[in-house]
Every structure is written in structure tokens, then in C-alpha cells.
Design a protein. Structure first.
Length: 301
């Protein structure tokens, strides 16, 4: 059970798509990230990796036929070890959320339940993509809960992120055997609709910012930044979706899924910029090249 096998099992490059959820949620709730936000971010990372480990444990029989090179069917990681890791990471995630405060735990608990329900059964049903979208939306709301005690101001951002996740997950359902042009085209259309949605400001109450006293995570207007990030999102997700629509082979469908996962980062950054938190947006955007670099060594799908 080497380090590389666990990195593949947990899909470590995809981990870079997680911090932006919490930061975008905090931004949408008009709050400044603080210690509770950091606890929530750590909780989010643990719950995400719990889902990765549990996913491969639940799919070990299917992977033995379709992906025998994966860590579990190849014998590089024992199934009991993967399940134990999923349980431990879930417990750690909930404990960290409790450390962030009761509002955070109130969101983290249904998030963990959604992750387990998806991996253990829902992903093979018609509601599977919706369940995954719900998990990603809840992850964003976790960030909002840490700074405002509520999630209402962040519902719009959560809906946009959830829609993106719904599109990616729908495409991924056929990545091993090839998809369909209609599915890829629908995901492409959803990407276009999301870019339009990024052009609208959030409806939450803004925290006033004095021109002479800028905050590190302040809420100054960031329209050029938001536009640039929206373009980056559209390019990262749209191009592979278009290629998969023209030729829905397994290889191009998998590339479309990978592109959709990587596009999560510029989308999160655009959501932070949309909420008026440019530094949070830039921090999130800086994770994109790291994700791309590590994705060359470990697959994100």
C-alpha cells in the first residue's frame, strides 16, 4: 500500500477543487474568513476525501471489470483499508465542523449523509447527479454558515455551483463506455447559462468598505476579475464538452469529465469575485495550475 496508490485512490489533484467551495460560501454571505472558516475548510477536505475512498470501496466489483488498474481491484489497497479511511475521514470532518461552530455542523452533517448515500447507492439511480450536486452545494453553504450563522445569502451561489456539478456528474455516468452527443451538448449549454449567471451580483447584504482602509478579504467591486474568471471557466469546461459532443468516445468523454472537474476552480473563483471578494477569488484561482500539474501524475476521474 504505497503512497502513490493512496494518492490515486483519493484522487489528490481533485482536492484542489475543494477550498474554493468554502471561500465562495463565505464571500456570498458577506463575511470575512476567520478561524471558523479554516476549520470548515479542513472539514470539507476530510469529507471530500471520505467520499473518494468510499466511492472506490463501493465500486470495487465494477472497477474489477472496467478499471482493473484502480488501487482496489489491482490489490494495491485493501478494501477494508479504504472503508476504514472513509469512516475515519468522515468522523474527522464532522469533528472539525463542530469545532467551527454549531451552524457549520448543521450543514456538515447532511453533507456527510449525502456523500455516503450517493456512494452507497444513489449514484446508480436517476437521482445520482442531483445527489452529487446537492453535496457540492452544501459544501459551499458550509462556508457561509461559518461567517453568518445562516445560509440564505449563499443560496444563489450554491445553486450555480450545484448546476455545474450536475452537468459534470451526468456526463461522467458514461465515461468508461462512451457518452452521448446530447448529454455533452446539454452540459455545454449549462456552462453557457452559468456564465450568464455569473454576471449577476449576489443579493446578500454588502459590508461597507472604506476606500482608504481596504480589507484583505473585502468586498470591493471586481467586475474585470469576475469577467476574466468567467471566461476561464467557460474555456476550461466548454472546449472538452464540445469535443465530447462531436465524438462521444470513452477517451473524449473522460477528458470532458476531467475538464469539468478542473473548471470547478475558476467557477468558484468567479463566484467569490461576483460576491465582491477579490482576494478570495485570487486565492482560489491560484489553485488551478496546481491542480493541472498534479493531474498529469494522478487522474482526477
Amino acid at each position: 500500500m504505497g503512497v502513490s496508490a493512496w494518492a490515486e485512490l483519493l484522487r489528490l489533484p481533485a482536492l484542489f477543487t475543494v477550498p474554493g467551495d468554502v471561500l465562495a460560501g463565505a464571500a456570498a454571505a458577506s463575511g470575512r474568513p476567520g478561524p471558523p472558516t479554516l476549520w470548515a475548510l479542513a472539514s470539507s477536505l476530510c469529507l471530500y476525501e471520505a467520499g473518494m475512498a468510499l466511492n472506490d470501496w463501493a465500486d470495487r466489483a465494477e472497477d474489477a471489470a472496467d478499471r482493473p488498474h484502480r488501487p482496489l481491484p489491482s490489490g494495491r489497497v485493501r478494501p477494508t483499508a479504504a472503508l476504514t479511511a472513509a469512516c475515519a475521514l468522515t468522523a474527522a470532518g464532522l469533528a472539525l465542523a463542530a469545532r467551527a461552530g454549531r451552524p457549520a455542523l448543521t450543514v456538515a452533517a447532511p453533507l456527510a449523509a449525502t456523500v455516503w448515500a450517493y456512494d452507497l447507492g444513489l449514484k446508480r439511480t436517476p437521482v445520482g447527479p442531483a445527489a452529487m450536486a446537492t453535496a457540492r452545494a452544501l459544501d459551499l453553504l458550509l462556508g457561509a454558515a461559518t461567517v453568518s450563522g445562516g445560509v440564505r445569502p449563499a443560496l444563489s451561489s450554491a445553486a450555480l455551483l450545484g448546476t455545474h456539478t450536475l452537468a459534470v456528474t451526468t456526463v461522467s455516468r458514461h465515461e468508461t463506455r462512451g457518452g452521448s452527443p446530447l448529454t455533452a451538448l446539454t452540459a455545454l449549454a449549462a456552462t453557457g447559462a452559468l456564465v450568464r449567471g455569473l454576471g449577476r451580483r449576489t443579493g446578500g447584504t454588502r459590508i461597507p468598505v472604506r476606500a482608504r482602509q481596504p480589507r484583505a478579504f473585502g468586498h470591493e467591486p471586481a467586475n474585470p476579475l469576475r469577467a476574466a474568471l468567467a471566461v476561464a471557466y467557460a474555456a476550461t469546461a466548454g472546449r472538452p464538452y464540445l469535443h465530447a459532443a462531436l465524438n462521444p468516445s470513452p477517451q473524449l468523454t473522460q477528458k470532458a469529465v476531467g475538464g469539468g472537474i478542473r473548471a470547478t476552480i475558476p467557477l468558484q473563483a468567479a463566484l467569490s469575485a461576483r460576491a465582491g471578494a477579490p482576494v478570495s477569488a485570487l486565492i482560489t484561482a491560484a489553485l488551478a495550475p496546481l491542480a493541472a500539474r498534479f493531474a498529469k501524475k494522478v487522474s482526477v476521474t
